[in-house]
Write a protein that binds this ligand. Structure first.
Ligand SMILES: Nc1ncnc2c1ncn2[C@@H]1O[C@H](COP(=O)(O)OP(=O)(O)O)[C@@H](O)[C@H]1O
Ligand SMILES: [Mg+2]
Length: 297
């Protein structure tokens, strides 16, 4: 299914906590074209998550209209909303996207089981999606056997499982270091284009935001401005992606050497040593994979 257009008109969202009213959105309007890739930036508490939840049908506006394609989301009944969430939107959160007891492949298959997709078709799509996020070689790994960046790449595949026209991502790189943040963003953007999705991603990382076609800035519950990514560019040229990965690899090697030293001088015990070493090794191998993927090793 192709991406859908999203039109939001004069949306208000008021939360009531006891006697206190919080106006999370105050007459917000915006439009996203079908197949467009938009990032939303703004300070903490400005209403980004609230906005995404309204588009995703996780919550309803107090007033105003949220339209996705031909669907008036703000008018759906609870049962229609469940259906809408399953078929029309794919969601990626900052963390905890995956079920810890299931493998990467099983996590991707699960939403399709919920929709009653036949087994053969499910298996095929799992493979296509794992491939699209560069994770085919980790199909039978469980989440805790994957790095944070790899988990988010699987989460992208999970969001795409039922082929929803709209992908919503709320701080998808919030817990990642900058190299993995850029890597996950690249996959998210590339896969959204490849599968012709409309993508809205919330972030407060300007590097991540810049990967979109358009950047909207939200403040106090309204859109304050809509920017072309170039206008957000810094005057100093940032290091290239490959340079960043190489720098990161060399810093990991230093950390590994320091770790060996700490262990040999008895400053950390064997358990701690093994745990930290494994974490660094995993990170190292995912970075190496990425360099290889880019044809530079
Ligand atoms: N469920 C809720 N109940 C009460 N207040 C909420 C709730 N969710 C969000 N808020 C408030 O609404 C405002 C916007 O929150 P949010 O959309 O989460 O901001 P952001 O994602 O930009 O950090 C904040 O002041 C927040 O405290
Ligand atoms: Mg938020």
């Amino acid at each position: 299914m192709l991406g859908l257009e999203i039109v939001i008109r004069d949306v208000f969202k008021v939360y009531r906590v006891g006697k206190v009213e919080v106006q999370a959105l105050r007459g917000l309007s915006m439009e996203v074209r079908d197949g467009e890739i938009v990032s939303i930036i703004g300070p903490s508490g400005s209403g980004k998550t609230t906005l995404l939840n309204l588009i995703g049908g996780l919550d309803q506006p107090t007033a105003g209209s949220v339209r996705v394609g031909k669907i008036e989301v703000s008018a759906l009944s609870p049962r229609q909303l469940t259906d809408y969430r399953r078929k029309t939107v794919g969601y990626i959160f900052q963390n905890l996207n995956l079920i810890p007891t299931l493998t990467a492949a099983e996590n991707i298959e699960l939403p399709m089981i919920a929709l009653g997709t036949p087994r053969g078709k499910r298996r095929k799509r799992v493979k296509v999606l794992l491939e699209a996020v560069g994770m085919l070689h980790r199909a039978s790994h469980k989440p805790d056997e994957l790095s944070g960046g790899e988990q988010q790449r699987v989460a992208i595949a999970v969001a795409l499982a039922n082929d929803p026209p709209v992908i919503l991502a709320d701080e998808p790189t919030g817990e990642l270091d900058s190299v993995n943040a850029n890597l996950v963003t690249r996959y998210l953007v590339d896969v959204s284009r490849e599968f012709e999705k409309t993508l809205i991603m919330v972030t407060h990382d300007s590097n991540v935001a810049r990967a979109a076609d358009r950047i909207m800035r939200i403040e106090d519950g309204v859109i304050k401005e809509s920017l072309e990514p170039l206008r957000l560019a810094e005057t100093v040229k940032p290091p290239s992606y490959i340079e960043q990965i190489r720098a990161r690899l060399s810093s990991i090697d230093t950390q590994l050497r320091e770790l060996d030293m700490e262990f040999r001088t008895g400053r950390i015990d064997g358990d701690e040593y093994v745990k930290r070493r494994l974490r660094l090794k995993n990170l190292r191998s995912s970075l190496e994979d990425e360099l290889q993927r880019m044809g530079t090793l």
